[in-house]
Write a protein that binds this ligand. Structure first.
Ligand code: NAP
Length: 276
């Protein structure tokens, strides 16, 4: 992993202070394997009192992978676009989150399972007052989900179902019976994307990570609800007619995001952009 931006590179947080041992610390811009701690430091969420939070109830970060030509999946799966380094960052971003917000179609197509506890992040999560793993929060209007799956029956922390007040009552009952926590973030059938952060923050989930899919992410984007986009650009051409990372309603004026950092490994660019 190499840091391409920002430069000049600040000292790595986990490195010994230069001069302390008479030896310079490891250069975080160098082409070497970064530790999980270094990656976690690099992707830390802004603190609650950080001015970039500007009073918002939580921080909604998205993590998506795209091919060079803009495809968000190949054959209905994102895995063909991904790689080892991408999966490492995917895991770090999960490990930093209180909740992973994901559209029901991604849950169905990608076979979502509960997030797992990872020893490498246990101390960091405990120090941050987080449970052993993030909750998976499934956004759905119809609740056409298989509640007998491990996602609902075996999570370390209860899986959340985010829906609207008009969702089918018997499906809501089935979700609750399976152990899911049902939260309402909309008055109609579906979820109001602008209310998701507030509703999850009320349950103590303020460090939010959305893993899409494109139809859900487009709604967060159009509602001005997205604070940060971690976009992995995969060095592959997929062609075809797959969705891009946002697939849905547009905005009247494209919203400007600021580049925070760029890492590189094996031809992948791991970009991080923040709302301005
Ligand atoms: N490249 C990447 O990083 C990446 C990431 C994730 C997924 N993907 C790919 O994206 C594809 C799936 O994405 P997708 O865009 O088709 O679907 P999606 O956004 O994952 O899920 C769409 C579903 O989410 C629910 N939903 C969305 N907005 C809602 C709202 N406002 N209120 C209530 N429910 C809402 C609905 O579920 P119900 O039908 O249950 O009501 C809807 O059918 C897969 O091929 C997957 O591999 C790629």
């Amino acid at each position: 992993m190499r840091r391409l931006f920002p430069l000049p590179v600040p000292p790595a947080p986990s490195a010994p202070a230069p001069g302390a041992t008479g030896e310079p610390g490891p250069d975080p811009a160098a082409d070497r394997e970064w530790t999980l701690d270094e990656l976690a430091d690099a992707y830390a969420y802004p603190a609650a009192d950080d001015p970039v939070r500007s009073g918002r109830p939580g921080w909604l970060r998205a993590n998506m992978v795209s091919s060079l030509d803009g495809a968000a999946h190949h054959g209905g799966r994102s895995h063909p676009l991904s790689g080892d380094a991408d999966m490492r960052i995917f895991g770090v971003l999960r490990a930093l989150a209180d909740a992973v917000v994901v559209g029901a179609e991604t849950v169905r197509l990608e076979g979502y399972r509960p997030a797992r506890a990872r020893a490498a992040f246990a101390a960091r999560r405990a120090a941050a007052g987080q449970g052993p793993a993030p909750a998976i929060a499934v956004v759905t209007a119809g609740l056409g989900l298989d509640f007998t799956l491990p996602l609902f029956t075996e999570p370390l922390v209860p899986t959340v179902v985010l829906t609207g007040a008009g969702a089918p009552q018997e499906r809501v009952r089935a979700a609750c019976a399976a152990g899911a926590e049902v939260l309402f973030a909309g008055e109609g059938l579906g979820v109001d994307p602008a209310r998701v952060a507030e509703v999850l923050a009320a349950r103590g989930h303020t460090r939010l990570l959305t893993e899409g899919g494109p139809r859900l992410l487009a709604q967060f984007g159009a509602a001005g609800a997205l604070d940060e986009l971690c976009l992995s650009l995969a060095p592959v051409v997929a062609a075809g007619d797959a969705q891009r990372i946002m697939d849905g309603p547009g905005v009247a004026v494209p919203e400007r995001f600021a580049l925070v950092s760029v890492l590189e490994e094996s031809g992948f660019l791991f970009t991080r952009y923040r709302r301005t």
